[in-house]
Design a binder for this molecule. Sequence first.
Ligand code: FBP
Length: 696
Amino acid sequence: MSKKSIDIEKMLNHPEVQKIISHINPELIERRAYVPTECAVFSGTYTVLKNDEAYQFNIDREAKVQLPKIINNKVQVVERIDSPKELFKEKYGKKRNIGLVFSGGPAPGGHNVIAGIFDAAKKANQKTKIFGFLMGPDGVLENEYIELTENLVDVYRNLGGFTMVKTGRTKIDTDDKLALSKETCRQLHLDALVIVGGDDSNTNAAFLAQDMFDDNIQVIGVPKTIDGDIQVKDETGKVLCAMSFGFHTAARAFSTEISNLSTDCSSDVKYWHVCKVMGRVASHLALEVALQTHANITLIGEELADYVDEKRLNKAKTVDYNAYGMTLRHLSRVICNGIVKRAAVGKNYGVIVIPEGVLEFINEIQIFIIKLNAIIAEYNNAHDKDFHIEFPGLENKLTYLRRLARRSREEGFLSIWSTRDDDLFNEIPPFFQEGLLTERDSHGNFQFSQVETDKVLMGLVKDYLNILKEKGVYKIGINRNYYKKTLEKAGFDPDFFGTLLFADYDRDEFLLLKPTIVSMRTLKEALINGKAVQETEEIPLAVEKIYKQSVPNFKTQFHSYGYDGRGSDPTRFDCVYTYNLGLTVFSLIANGATGQMAAIKNLEMDFSKWEPIGIPIGALMHLEEKKGKLVLVLKKSVVDLNTPVFKIVQSLRKKWLAASPGKDEYRRPGPIRFAGKNEEERPITLVLNALENPET
Ligand code: FBP
């Protein structure tokens, strides 16, 4: 090695070093330069909106009362118009001020929504100004914004995150906040406000549209969330928005990592990788990950919610059960079943995918969540204080709950928290109790990302596996050839010992030790009974070796996927989808729409069939319980168990569990490539669900 010291200044100024360490790397340059294809309707100078009356919605009565000015909106189809009248041209191309706000968690593609709006708005009138509110809805409330310039927008084209203006979770849900928002819009002379967000944020968009209708300030929503739970169909099942943006990228990012774990565990054959994936309510992400990776076990919350325990239901006549559906215990049994089956064929490893929100679908937990929500809301109302401030620690909260239970028992006080609830609640581990008692987010949602769902479940799985181990049910299968070779090498007759040791010695490729052999002592007993050894003799080493290999050691590694996928650079699908969403937003604004959500119809089909549309947000609202009150919100879309995608995953479960000798079925989706021929065109979920659509 040369002893010459390195001149670090010179080294850093070396062009090759500068090139390599620059944050502007070739990948970034390629991404920024990419120009997403535009839907055909945007190829001209002007677009027009046509009401499409073919879609029907079952409008909520409360929505009619609370959103009278936008409730009669129709689905609007964006069309190209080549020779519009002068008045139309004038209106379309007038100078505008447009404000944009990101709301909720980041989702890949958000910057391209901005780029689409920016390009279309500037094409219509160079003088139009686009303002980006900072830090989410707080920026609107506090009038904190930046003007989005070409230079700024160009830096973020096709890049992930919401870095340009950041985001936040504040909800615009009170009259005061609506008034502050209106004031900001007035001060900035906004013609339109664009809210890029999930179900709660689009709900905000509807209320703002209603509130600012008479001020001629238009409000347009954009369907964003990696969770994929904004999907819109009309009452007859016609698909208007097959998927929110960001879902594809997040699912692909998770899948790449999870596929790598499949490779790891099938190499090292010693771990079960437990992968929690985001999706605080719906399990769409888990379902897509299952299709992308063929993980051995994937839980789908919606399926668990569908489960009814008939035995419990019958027993409920005599026992005070309040949950007849899936219980945590039952679910842990289902997982154990898969683990035990794989172990029997020598596979003491695998991959489990758990949707973050799975607990909400487990009947007994759901009941706790609802009851605790109501108790907290009732406390806040009755005392005009905040429950979480009054009872800061877990112990304080538990004491309050115990008091409620005691009062219900001793004083006959009518309370939704009974002694039985208290007993059941005390059975769950403290960290999970704490999770269930955490503060709801600003939208009143239970914060599943704060709960270690996977650890709760796997803790029960571990306990039950230990029981199965003691019962002699959970064992590692021993390969027949290996067994024979081992015994022959040591000079023993494998067939003689085989009938003493194994349950199905003559049948299977993988041999399972008899259930009665669960320790060295019981092994020796079996050998003595079979006259293979005397009391005073030692167990032959070769037999001991086989026994030891049959004893399972259940080892897990926990992984959590969410924030990484949320921050990924978008797939090509999300780049193109979001850019066209941005163009659609401008078209809606330029044509005077308000209270509409921009969407692209036919996402599940070839790009040439994509149709930019506006969907009436008011028509998608329904009443839901939030923080103990019924409020009007946009309806979330959970996994429909009757769709092709779910049915396909369900029917392939056994195959992907691969509890048979031979290879696993893992699929390698590979990394997000963005460019290149092999990048898949759209989420598998969309492709499969489109199969039911006769148009494809
Ligand atoms: P949005 O619904 O706002 O898009 O966010 C979804 C999500 O990514 C969930 O999957 C997850 O539970 C949650 O955000 C995490 O939120 P936080 O950023 O507050 O930890």
